[in-house]
Design a protein. Structure first.
Length: 396
């Protein structure tokens, strides 16, 4: 049955992707880490934070990435992409409860994690499922963005249940095996929010929520393309004063002014940006919820908030050369990509925050996928809280 499914998917893929000259097919997919890690920093004490960590870990197990990886791989295979950009590519590990030590001696390991028992490796699971469907992709570039370890306690058992749980996050670019690549690069943004961990003293320990970007150049049918991938900060951050979007927008400014534009000036190539940008394109044009989108995809100059934010990047006036492939390929269609609940059982699509943006090329088609796909588990789970987006990008 598995071989039959693989054969059918490859037939569909051949029909949808094709071998059009000067065209490359791309996918962006947020894998969903499996739980709401922001719930931990909302706790009021060390004990509440440990319970919140346990609840996140329970959610990660309940949302069952090995089962979801099969569905995600099938969705990707049906698009037959040449390049895949992935966000929330997690490794979850457990270990002895060193962070839980009553004397506080283990708090040093929050940001210097040591837990080593791998329970879930999202990239390894996904690649194995792609191989099972007859598709092989090489890791062109991976960048670690987040790595922290916290104490988890089951409130129904108490301190005896304590373990450490370590979450490591990555952004990844995969490229179809056989395609030539060059100049892989990546890093994390200087702009980041730090979240204080309750119960770690005064001033206490804060965990930096680093966000990452990747880039690689890919050759297909003699044509070179420059492909970026990134995952920008969310907007719903109370600490992001005076504006909730300010960290996200600053990261977008760093990416365009520090990477996209300089690389284009040094060596012009058709450019593609894939990712979960966390900016809401479905909002009205003047909404602050889409200000990052307005900068990245609408040609509005990067604003200057330096008078109210001392750390503001010195790139005011920078203009992004990128355009929104969805709006070009599907004018007037909503293209919503996010909205399933943390448990992957509930919710509906409500925001468009996953994108393919281009410069020097444009889409011949673009679509979302994964809206109705679920696991074979009981109960059935959505594959992610995000839909995937796929596009064929063609050079004029």
């Amino acid at each position: 049955m598995r071989q039959t499914l693989a054969a059918l998917l490859l037939v569909v893929s051949a029909c949808t992707s094709g071998t059009t000259p000067n065209q490359i097919t791309v996918v962006s997919q947020n894998l969903y880490l499996g739980g709401d890690i922001f719930s931990i920093v909302k706790a009021g004490s060390a004990q509440e934070a440990a319970v919140a960590t346990f609840q996140v870990w329970s959610s990660v197990q309940a949302t069952n990435f090995p089962a979801r990886a099969k569905v995600i791989a099938a969705g990707i295979a049906a698009q037959n992409p040449d390049v895949i950009g992935l966000q929330e590519v997690a490794i979850w590990r457990t270990g002895p409860a060193v962070v839980c030590a009553p004397d506080g001696s283990g708090l040093q390991y929050i940001n210097a994690p040591v837990a080593s028992t791998v329970v879930y490796d999202f990239l390894a699971s996904l690649q194995a499922e792609l191989v099972a469907l007859g598709l092989r992709y090489d890791v062109a570039r991976t960048t670690r963005s987040f790595d922290a370890e916290l104490c988890a306690v089951d409130p129904s058992v108490g301190p005896a249940s304590a373990i450490d749980v370590r979450y490591t996050d990555h952004d990844v670019i995969l490229v179809r095996s056989g395609l030539t690549t060059r100049n892989p690069d990546g890093g994390t943004y200087a702009t980041m929010i730090e979240f204080p961990i309750p119960g770690t003293g005064d001033p206490g320990i804060s965990v930096p929520d680093r966000r990452a970007w990747n880039v690689v150049e890919v050759q297909k049918d003699g044509q070179w393309y420059r492909v970026f991938e990134t995952h920008l900060e969310v907007q719903e951050i109370p600490q992001a004063q005076p504006y909730g979007f300010i960290f996200q927008l600053a990261q977008a400014g760093e990416l365009v002014a520090g990477q996209v534009n300089p690389r284009a000036a040094a060596a012009p190539l058709p450019t593609i940006l894939l990712g979960d940008l966390n900016t809401q394109a479905e909002q009205p044009g003047g909404s602050p919820l889409r200000i990052t989108y307005n900068f990245l995809a609408q040609g509005l100059p990067f604003p200057d908030y330096g008078s109210v934010v001392s750390w503001w990047p010195p790139v005011a006036g920078t203009v992004s050369p990128l355009a929104d492939a969805w709006s070009t390929a599907n004018p007037g269609q909503s293209g919503l990509t996010w909205g399933f609940g943390d448990d992957l059982l509930t919710g509906t699509m409500s925001q468009r925050i996953d994108f393919v943006l281009t410069s020097g090329a444009g889409p011949s088609w673009m679509r979302t996928f994964g809206a109705t796909a679920t696991t074979s588990t009981t109960p059935p789970l959505h594959a992610s809280d995000h839909l995937g987006v796929a596009a064929a990008i063609q050079v004029p």
